[in-house]
Design a protein. Structure first.
Length: 69
């Protein structure tokens, strides 16, 4: 998912995407521990998406604080 797409989502949708990503990462890690190594590339993509989502959430939080002061 691109950063522009993530910035277009509201907070509830961001939390939903984050939860889905965490669930997918858990499943991939579990599969990899069982010997299925196809998920390495997908795991990297999920980690990057998670970081993007957390960054956008933090940016919006800081923007809200700045507007409040």
């Amino acid at each position: 998912m691109k950063a522009e797409q993530i910035r277009g989502l509201d907070e509830a949708e961001l939390k939903k995407q984050l939860a889905e990503g965490n669930e997918n990462m858990f499943r991939l890690r579990f599969q990899m521990s069982m010997g299925q190594m196809e998920g390495i590339k997908k795991l990297r993509e999920l980690k990057k998406d998670r970081a993007r989502i957390l960054t956008v959430m933090r940016q919006s939080e800081l923007a809200a604080k700045k507007e409040g002061k």
